[in-house]
Design a protein around this ligand. Structure first.
Ligand code: SAM
Length: 190
């Protein structure tokens, strides 16, 4: 993952990292090429647990390979399932949930995350989150359907109770209008 504030993935990881405890539990809602799964697996450590979702077998194979090469496979459960099933498949509470929406880089660009399932998964993630836990989302708008998905997510997070959920949005001010956006949600720790 490229470092620095020009990378949406770096930014999402930066804000999520603080919430993930050694020995804790985290969820990668969109495993893809496995970068966020590995990131979370390193943070939870040997005694922790990461649940990684993807609907594509290809993505999970790539993720598995990456985890094996880095000695982190034992602490990760790979789930070939839609993240909208998260509430049933993940025992809470969890420290963090990461979403990197859109299509699998290097894969089939027609298989993309969808507004309604993303919303369902996000709702489940908010429920699963422990107090003080964080959700990180990277949202892309350059592909077909991306703008609608971003609008659906932003409408939903705008309606969250501000006493319970702190929500921030980071956008790249001097880049193209379809540059990615990062959202971070924290469940109130007070
Ligand atoms: N975080 C990944 C990485 O580090 O490489 C990139 C994720 S990629 C942008 C988005 C992934 O979401 C794709 O691999 C796609 O198959 C997956 N996806 C699409 N719909 C999904 C769903 N309903 N549940 C879980 N994953 C889904």
């Amino acid at each position: 993952v490229s470092k620095g504030i020009g990378s949406a993935v770096y930014l999402a990881q930066f804000f999520v990292a603080e919430a993930v405890n050694n020995g804790g539990t985290a969820v990668d809602a969109t495993a893809g090429n496995g970068n966020d799964t590995l990131f979370l697996a390193r943070l939870v450590g040997e005694g922790g647990k990461v649940y990684a979702f993807d609907t594509q077998a290809k993505a999970l194979q790539i993720t598995q390979e990456l985890l094996k090469n880095n000695g982190c496979m034992e602490r990760v459960e790979l789930l070939q399932a839609g993240h909208e099933k998260m509430r049933k498949l993940v025992p809470g509470p969890v420290d963090a949930v990461m979403f990197n929406l859109g299509y699998l880089p290097g894969g089939d660009h027609s298989i993309v995350t969808q507004p309604l399932t993303t919303l369902k998964a996000l709702g489940a993630a908010l429920e699963l989150l422990r107090t003080g836990g964080r959700i990180g989302l990277v949202i892309y708008t350059g592909h077909p359907g991306g703008r609608e998905e971003a609008e659906t997510v932003e409408k939903f997070i705008s309606s969250l109770n501000a006493d319970i959920f702190k929500v921030i949005k980071i956008s790249f001010v001097n880049r193209a209008a379809n540059a990615p956006v990062v959202i971070v949600i924290e469940k109130d720790g007070a």
